[in-house]
Design a protein around this ligand. Structure first.
Ligand SMILES: [Zn+2]
Length: 224
């Protein structure tokens, strides 16, 4: 049921455009199967392989490989303002039960980029995840203090250098167990820079969950 269906106008719109005939990812109206996905999207979704956890993190998971419909969905959420995709990706993230989390912090955009885009796609996913986990979201605990250039064409080492010291965390993270949320991770350089800033401010544990992971060279085009 759509969020608008409590109102008369919402009910009328649901009758005209039933919400359950549009694919949850691409929006195409067709016969849907499991997870409200069309055949094309379902066939192209691949779960992310287990990710190697770097020492700066206490754990890292991702829902999907950044390819096919997952990649199209992230790009639509990021560049076309399709906020309806945030619940889809939040639902797909499985947090291991042993992770003890005090608060959820999305990877921040630089304030200028946030202003230009008017929203942060990772924050939208984090908000949905918080509602499911009943954990507070505290976006303000971590800030991006430097504008970093696009990571698209950089090597792993250059990415790490590009984003190192680009973040700063508030002292309120001291002793807390933090879950970082990202939309796409490649070499984890951004998540690591966030983790380093959080630990420098005294965070006890830092976990990371990403909606997608670009695990293959072919996945790594058009990421920024
Ligand atoms: Zn679809």
């Amino acid at each position: 049921m759509s969020a608008t269906s409590n109102t008369l106008l919402g009910k009328l719109l649901d009758m005209l455009y039933p919400p359950d005939v549009a694919c949850a990812l691409c929006g195409r109206e067709t016969l849907l199967g499991n997870n409200r996905l069309c055949d094309i999207c379902r066939a192209s979704l691949a779960p992310s392989p287990a990710l190697h956890c770097p020492p700066q993190l206490d754990g890292i998971v991702a829902a999907f490989r950044y390819a096919g419909a997952a990649r199209n969905g992230i790009r639509a959420l990021k560049y076309q303002g399709q906020a309806r995709l945030a619940p889809f990706f939040a639902d797909a993230i499985t947090i291991p039960p042993e992770w003890q989390i005090d608060c959820v912090v999305p990877v921040p955009l630089h304030p200028l980029k946030r202003w230009l885009r008017s929203y942060n796609q990772s924050e939208l996913i984090a908000k949905e995840l918080c509602a499911r986990l009943r954990i507070p979201q505290q976006s303000s605990l971590l800030r991006r203090t430097r504008f970093t250039k696009s990571q698209t064409t950089l090597s792993g080492f250059e990415r790490a250098k590009n984003v190192s010291q680009a973040f700063s965390a508030l002292p309120a993270v001291r002793g807390k167990s933090i879950l970082l949320i990202d939309d796409v991770t490649t070499t984890h350089s951004t998540l690591l820079a966030c983790a380093i800033a959080l630990r420098a401010a005294g965070a006890a544990r830092v976990y990371a969950a990403s909606a997608t992971a670009a695990t293959h060279d072919s996945d790594r085009e058009s990421i920024d």
